[in-house]
Unconditional design. Structure first.
Length: 217
């Protein structure tokens, strides 16, 4: 079991907070060792020889393992703890090493009149994370092999997501097409067609900092 950070954009943080997202997919690349023995060239394409789960994991070395604890990094800003403490609906965390400093989260907060400078998710300190994900399963697969059920677990319930402008190109009730649209919106217009190998990570979300008693239980 290892503690690791993981980045999510605002809409994905929202779906986790709402309990609609229990999977995420991250692009991975094969290790250089054993490539020659793992693939065989047949007319027009390379064919993968061994599809066993153990062999695929060995070759691609997913970034996370079952039992890992992931602390979510998201867009935010740092301010003093009194700035928004009486504001309705504003979620903030206090720095345990400096109880004058607080973190306020961009998702669900209107920054337009604050004048505060938004900090990218990559700069979020560990103490400020409000979401901990417990990894329950990791599978290696091609991106386009995602099932309709798994697409829904990615937060792409097409009926709900369309109202959130997450999948404007999806047909109602088609969660896989919604995920297709979402993947391209995050990774680029041809990202889906590239059909990369991905780590499909199933997790259980805890709405608490990774160092809190709730996340250690």
């Amino acid at each position: 079991m290892t503690d690791k950070p993981i980045l999510f954009n605002g809409p994905m943080v929202r779906t986790i907070l709402e309990g609609r997202k229990t999977q995420t997919r991250r692009v991975i690349k094969p290790q250089l060792g054993d490539i020659a023995r793992a693939f065989q060239f047949v007319p027009g394409k390379w064919r993968f020889l061994d599809h066993s789960r153990a062999r695929v994991h060995q070759l691609f070395s997913p970034p996370f393992s079952t039992g890992d604890r992931l602390w979510v990094r998201e867009a935010h800003f740092l301010t003093n703890k009194h700035a928004y403490r009486l504001s309705v609906g504003v979620d903030q965390s206090i720095n345990p090493d400096d109880d004058y400093q607080a973190c306020v989260y961009a998702e669900g907060f209107d920054l337009s009149r604050t004048g505060m400078r938004l900090r990218p998710s990559i700069h979020m300190p560990r103490w400020a994370s409000r979401l901990t994900l417990i990894v329950e399963d990791v599978r290696v697969q091609r991106l386009q092999d995602i099932s309709e059920a798994d697409a829904k677990s990615e937060g792409c319930d097409a009926e709900q997501a369309k109202s959130l402008a997450l999948c404007d190109g999806a047909m109602p009730g088609n969660s896989k097409r919604c995920f297709h649209w979402l993947w391209n919106s995050i990774n680029g217009p041809e990202a889906w067609d590239a059909n990369p190998w991905v780590a499909a990570i199933t997790f259980r979300a805890i709405r608490a900092n990774i160092d809190s008693p709730e996340a250690r239980a």
